[in-house]
Design a protein around this ligand. Structure first.
Ligand SMILES: Cc1cc2nc3c(=O)[nH]c(=O)nc-3n(C[C@H](O)[C@H](O)[C@H](O)COP(=O)(O)OP(=O)(O)OC[C@H]3O[C@@H](n4cnc5c(N)ncnc54)[C@H](O)[C@@H]3O)c2cc1C
Length: 401
């Protein structure tokens, strides 16, 4: 019998690198409170600290134990909506700007991990977008053309090229130079610890009872009976933010992932390449820094807590079957599997900025398959919004669109 857990691989592998006190027995004051200690909160609080704001970060759970702990952390410039489709929706210039912002964000994240020497397994990778059905190859070629036209570093690979180099069965693929992978859980811990060392106050296990927006500033009342006075709040509260907004910003469902044992044998080129396919509920994979292959997908709307282990088992089996169809020669011996909530927006773009429903608050809702890359983009957007500067991305990512 093999006993498994619903906890993600990263939580089990990395443990709790840093822990923080909860807020109790005293009141606090600062300029900006960042609510949420996932990867978005880590990045935003870092951007604020770089600009010398006085920041407090709070989380009702332990740091990074929300969606960030479940993330497979592929870093893609590619949005859930293909560029040609996004162009039809928001215009070609705007769509290209969003895609290009993704390329820059992967580069910025790599630079940040290097500069701060964060031990988080960041690796630059190529990205392979494969047509899993013959009829998908047609729109995928159209997608390739629009990306090439706008200067993205892409190549079109024929089915036989993909088979030869990556061992994958498909009907054609776009190979992009921009992409990456990271241990998002460890990165979040390391970045928050870096800023805590230089004066940012961090309180985990600190739940909010109510927020008082009356008067000049904002007062947060915690369940432990303390208050935090501040000028502004930035909500980096992930998918749970959908519960506090009347605007329907996302459709939230469940997604699943599993990871192989170490030393899996796969084609050499695949080790440096993210892969995802054109299916509506797409399957994706990446090789990680300690010699394992990670596969994810099998999104599903329904979730029944008492059946979670059973569902997870079925989803893991389906992911392995999908891998076998794509790459019949690979022997995938599963080590861990897990699932998590996941949200997508109608146009594939995040919601970053001010919601008309909340005064004195900003939101970073980096929803979608490349949520982490959106969170990186949010760093500059939030700083610009705070300083009243123009930021063209913030127009595409605004509330009420
Ligand atoms: C299985 C899976 C695979 C994924 N794969 C990828 C991928 O390959 N690439 C990618 O880019 N993205 C991926 N994602 C999405 C990615 O995980 C998210 O975009 C990212 O983790 C969101 O980070 P966050 O900080 O915004 O949210 P979270 O990590 O959820 O952090 C929000 C934090 O806010 C806290 N919080 C919420 N409400 C309150 C409150 N009222 N008071 C105090 N604290 C509060 C929570 O406790 C939590 O810690 C995946 C997600 C899942 C589930």
């Amino acid at each position: 019998m093999r006993l498994r857990t619903f906890d993600s691989f990263w939580l089990l592998r990395d443990g709790t690198p840093h822990s923080y006190p909860s807020l109790h027995n005293r009141n606090e004051a600062c300029q900006i409170v960042v609510v949420g200690g996932g990867i978005s909160g880590a990045l935003i609080s870092h951007a604020l600290m770089e600009e010398n704001y006085n920041v407090i970060l709070i989380d009702k759970r332990d740091i990074a134990t929300g969606s960030t702990a479940a993330s497979t952390s592929m870093l893609q410039y590619e949005i859930d909506k293909p560029l040609y489709k996004l162009a039809e929706k928001i215009g070609e210039e705007a769509a290209v700007e969003c895609y290009k912002a993704g390329v820059n964000a992967i580069y910025d994240l790599g630079k940040l991990t290097l500069e701060l020497k964060l031990d988080c397994g960041f690796e630059a990778k190529q990205s392979l977008f494969v047509a899993c059905k013959e009829k998908h190859a047609e729109w995928l070629e159209r997608e390739f053309e629009i990306r090439k036209k706008h200067g993205f570093e892409v190549q079109w690979l024929k089915p036989e090229d993909v088979k030869r180099d990556y061992g994958i069965n498909c009907f054609g693929a776009i190979l992009s130079n921009a992409g990456g992978g990271i241990d998002g859980y460890k990165f979040t811990h390391e970045l928050i610890a870096y800023n805590a060392k230089r004066g940012m106050k961090v309180f985990d296990q600190t739940a909010i009872e109510k927020i008082d927006y009356e008067g000049k500033g904002v007062t947060i009342h915690t369940e432990s009976g303390c208050t935090i006075d501040c000028e502004k709040i930035i909500f980096c509260t992930g998918y749970e933010a959908t519960e506090m907004l009347k605007e329907k910003v996302a459709y939230v469902f469940y997604t699943y992932a599993c990871i192989s044992e170490k030393e899996i044998v796969i084609p050499e080129k695949l080790k440096n390449t993210l892969v995802w396919d054109t299916a509506w509920r797409y399957t994706y994979m990446r090789y990680i820094d300690d010699g394992r292959l990670l596969i994810g997908g099998e999104d599903a709307a329904g979730f029944f807590p008492f059946l979670q282990n059973w569902i997870k088992k079925i989803k893991a089996k389906k992911l392995q079957k999908r891998l076998k169809d794509m790459m019949p020669g690979v022997e995938f011996i599963m080590d861990y599997s897990w699932g998590g909530k996941f949200g997508i927006t109608g146009d594939g773009l995040p919601y970053i900025g001010k919601s008309p429903e909340f005064e004195k608050a900003l939101f970073v809702l980096a929803y979608g398959g490349n949520g982490i890359v959106f969170s990186v983009q949010a760093m500059q957007i939030i700083i610009d919004l705070l300083k009243g500067k123009e930021n063209s991305l913030s127009r595409h990512y605004r509330f009420g669109r």
